[in-house]
Design a protein around this ligand. Structure first.
Ligand code: ARG
Ligand code: ZN
Length: 879
């Protein structure tokens, strides 16, 4: 395999640059074909920079058209320029202004990094290394500079001209051109630079900060979509208020702009004062957006807004520290959603996501620490580990320190590091200092890859009234890390008495026990509780207080007891999952389940459904068997996805079949004719109703298909319509193809709804799906360069259709590998992301494993790949 450049970057090699750029003055001349970028960079040598030290600037596919220092053009011998760098051989050893000019062709930029065009709009994406595609620069996050951007563009094509900070000038420029000048007073790394030029509509609003400053808010979008931005605006204002309440953080500019674009490599980007969003995370109206979309918009609007303090005001020293801003900001957005909606439901859904996305990463060939110490392509490290595990680590810190202690640390962080580019060490140090504790061992969470297994075994001695929990933690080797250290695990717990009420104890020894939490920091411990009056049932790892795989000696009876009596909603939910998992594993292992056990689980589900204390959203989550991917991961080796699928289907029918009447009743009662509202309670009601419909269809309850068909036809919002469609498609009922066709034509004009159709189409777990996907891809009008469309169709297939992706004949693997090869030429980031779907391959049974390996090997031997894709592939195939 040949790749662009094969070089590895190591954290240990970090060194500050010998020069700093302190001010950037950019001039963009935008025409429909090209954009001319003139950059004036104020450069200063560091104090200790030796005379004759070259200044090396980054570039990516650039070509230099002119260069000068302090106004004097440079001789050819004074510099070396190629597409990837610009070296000034002997720069002056004093402050000087470097002036360069390059010409870009945004129209042909399909990688969507740097300056590109989306639906006619010029826009940028610079994180992590896109700015070097705009001009030669010290493109590293520890170089903070003040930016000024002047744009001149055709008024007709781009009446709206935006960049970071404040608008300081604008006017006519003759010949149908106009200009605008934006200045951002806050020094920032280049990855936070942004500009937008286009013909856009907008909605405006304002927010008054706690200290009384009025901030002008605007969301820009394609004309005609303005109404669909109202929910995003509402979410923005709530986010701004929340960050003041919860973290004492006010917004700092007088203007905050958001722009929605259709072609975007990921969710959104926190550019200073000018967030750019994938439009799927902005647009919402009941007919086309689901409850999940509404919640996702709220969450990501909040996330990007919160970055203003955790990311922008305080940024990362280098990209190894990515989780410094991402893990922390995900933690903050999780807390926001918990406060705005239901904390219990949010925690359960986050753990479901963590297990579905991060645990498989941590347990497979792409495992890496939350703070990696090496990379070849940083774009491949915007992962669930950096984001979601990063958030879990911050959450554990908050659990260990308590709310007040955590806040003290955060306050000190903002106070001490505002305006800096810093590190995980500095982050941990403020918590250690503010709380006078040692976090040295805790830091291992950032450095060590892999999901720990926590094994707990309890016993009770009635004579001495002592209760003992034996705990053991172990982390398996991961690529590059053969041996592992014990981690600090905050294990929230409770002891539950026979009547369901909490039990106390008089003393505890063997580990630190406080605040209803055991703190395990060794590989093994025996925690002994004295004064325990009866044998308790143990509720361990409440709230999923540490991201581990937990094994206990709880019996199925204990679990069903917890499902009913635990005061911790997470463990109530988890207990039902565990009972289902045990039954599924037993059946997959070849032992038929016993009817009594199935009946008990069904009974527990029936009780859950009938409860008048649990809320609907919780019930919707609780009435589930573990996902196929979750079962596969628990089995861990020689996995046969088809067998898992079939057995889970049978179990589902056995457990939920007898509940059909109760479910249908509840389904009927949950109907209402109120107009759609996105609030948590209405959302929960729809979630439960649609969960019931899904279960009725999947368990083949009599009349269920008719119910689904009716719901599909009558639905007044996308949540209900899509749920009915997905239920039918998932079971591939006789009506499914017709419903799919109807859905597609009904919403033919809306690309974001097309994505839903593509995802449902790609998820159907039966033969024929690959042909159908290929047919869609081959349609001449299919937008082959749009990441949303490609991900909805092909990433969904690779990530969420295990029976077809991992077909024993290898056709699924070959299809995805071929797709990756094609798309890699257009957009390497999309290609690399889709390729990560293969990460399950080492745990498959041998036939499928070989088939996957040969598809991967073929991709490897098939010619030049981008660095993004080559990096994933190399790690995927390393033994
Ligand atoms: N910082 C952006 C966000 O979380 C995402 C940037 C993603 N970049 C990437 N190369 N994948 O909020
Ligand atoms: Zn982020």
């Amino acid at each position: 395999m040949r790749t662009e450049t094969e070089h590895t970057i190591y954290l240990k090699d970090y060194a500050p640059s010998p020069y700093r750029i302190t001010a950037v003055d950019l001039d963009f001349k935008i025409t429909s074909e090209t954009t001319r970028v003139q950059a004036l960079l104020t450069v200063e040598p560091r104090e200790d920079t030796a005379p004759g030290t070259p200044l090396v600037l980054d570039g990516d596919e650039l070509s230099l058209s002119s260069i000068a220092i302090d106004g004097a053009p440079l001789m050819l011998s004074a510099y070396v320029a190629d597409s990837n760098s610009l070296t000034i051989t002997e720069p002056p050893l004093r402050r000087f202004v470097l002036e360069t000019e390059v010409v870009l062709r945004p129209e042909g930029n399909t990688s969507l990094m740097g300056l590109y065009r989306s639906g006619g709009t010029w826009c940028t994406q610079c994180e992590p290394e896109g700015f070097r595609r705009i001009t030669y620069y010290l493109d590293r996050p520890d170089n903070l500079a003040v930016f000024k951007a002047r744009m001149t563009a055709p008024l007709e094509l781009a009446p709206v001209l935006l960049a970071n900070g404040n608008l300081v000038d604008k006017g006519e420029a003759g010949d149908g051109m106009h200009y605008a000048v934006w200045e951002d007073p806050f020094p920032k790394p280049a990855y936070l630079f942004a500009l937008v030029a286009g013909d856009l509509g907008s909605i405006t609003d304002s927010f008054t900060t706690a200290s009384g400053r009025r901030v002008a808010l605007a969301i820009y979008c394609a004309h005609g979509k303005e109404e669909q931005c109202l929910w995003a605006m509402d979410s923005l204002k709530r986010s701004m208020a929340w960050d003041e309440r919860r973290f004492g953080r006010e917004y700092d500019l007088d203007i905050f702009n958001i722009v929605a674009v259709s072609d975007f490599n990921f969710g959104a980007m926190e550019n200073k004062g000018l967030n750019i969003f994938n439009d799927k995370l902005v647009f919402a109206q009941p007919e086309t957006a689901t409850d999940g979309d509404y919640e996702g918009i709220e969450r990501v609007i909040a996330h990007e807004y919160f970055h203003n303090w955790t990311g922008n005001r305080i940024t990362c020293r280098d990209w190894f520290q990515l989780c410094l801003k991402e893990g922390l900001t995900v933690y903050r957005d999780q807390e926001f959603t918990s406060d705005e909606r239901s904390r219990a439901v949010k925690r359960i859904s986050d753990v479901v996501t963590l297990r579905a996305a991060q645990f498989p990463e941590d347990g497979g060939p792409l495992a890496h620490p939350a703070r990696p110490d090496q990379y070849r392509e940083i774009n491949n490290f915007y992962t669930a580990t950096v984001y979601e595990k990063g958030a879990e680590i911050v959450r554990m810190l908050a659990t260990l320190l308590g709310e007040a202690g955590f806040r003290k640390g955060m306050d000190l962080y903002f106070e001490r590091h505002d305006g800096e580019a810093t590190t995980i060490e500095a982050f941990l140090a403020v918590f250690a200092e503010a709380n006078d504790i040692d976090l040295e061992q805790f830091k291992t969470w950032y450095l060590q890859a892999g999901t720990p297994r926590l094994v707990a075994e309890d016993s009770y001695d009635a004579a001495s009234q002592t209760y003992t929990i034996k705990l053991k933690q172990e982390t398996k080797p991961t690529p590059g890390q053969p041996t592992k250290q014990p981690l600090v695990l905050p294990i929230k717990f409770g002891l539950i008495g026979p009547n369901g009420s909490p039990m106390g104890w008089s003393g505890a020894s063997g580990a630190e026990v406080r605040d209803e939490m055991i703190i395990l920091d060794s590989a093994e411990a025996e925690v002994i509780f004295t004064g325990v009056a009866n044998k308790p049932v143990l509720s361990l790892l409440r709230g999923f207080s540490a991201p581990v795989n937990l094994d206990t000696n709880l019996t199925q009876e204990n679990r069903l007891f917890l499902a009913q009596h635990d005061s911790d909603p997470f463990n109530r939910w988890q207990s039902l999952q565990d009972v289902g998992m045990a039954l599924a594993l037993q059946a997959i292992g070849g032992k038929p389940w016993d009817d009594a056990a199935v009946k008990s689980l069904g009974g527990a589900f029936a009780d859950t459904l009938a409860s008048d204390t649990l809320d609907d959203a919780f019930k919707a989550l609780a009435l589930s068997l573990p996902a196929e991917s979750q079962i596969a991961r628990t089995i861990g080796r020689d996995v046969d996805p088809s067998r898992i699928h079939d057995v889970r289907d049978q179990l589902l029918a056995a457990v939920f079949g007898p509940l059909a009447m109760a479910m249908q009743d509840a389904y009927g009662r949950l109907d209402d004719d109120a107009p759609y509202a996105p609030d948590a309670a209405s959302n929960g009601r729809r979630a439960l109703r649609n969960k019931l419909l899904g279960l009725l269809v999947a368990s083949k309850a009599p009349g269920a298909e008719a119910l689904a068909a009716e719901q599909y036809a009558q639905a007044r919002n996308m949540t209900d319509r899509l749920a009915a469609l997905a239920a039918m498609a998932g079971a591939w009922t006789a009506d499914a193809p017709a419903l799919l066709a109807d859905f597609r034509s009904r919403f033919a004009a809306d690309p974001l709804v097309l994505d839903k159709w593509l995802a449902v189409t790609a998820s159907v777990p039966g033969d024929g799906v690959i042909d159908r996907i290929q047919a869609v891809l081959a349609e001449p009008s299919f937008p082959k360069a749009n990441p949303n469309r490609l991900r909805s169709l092909v990433a969904t297939f690779a990530m969420s259709n295990p029976t077809q992706f991992a077909r024993p004949d290898g056709a699924g693997f070959r299809f995805v590998a071929d797709f990756v090869r094609d798309i890699d030429l257009i957009n390497p980031q999309v290609a690399a992301r889709v390729l990560t779907g293969f990460r399950i391959w080492p745990m498959l049974e041998s036939g499928r494993r070989e088939a996957a390996k040969s598809a991967l090997s073929e991709l490897q031997s098939g010619g030049t790949l981008s660095r993004n894709t080559a990096d994933i592939l190399t790690r995927m195939l390393a033994e």
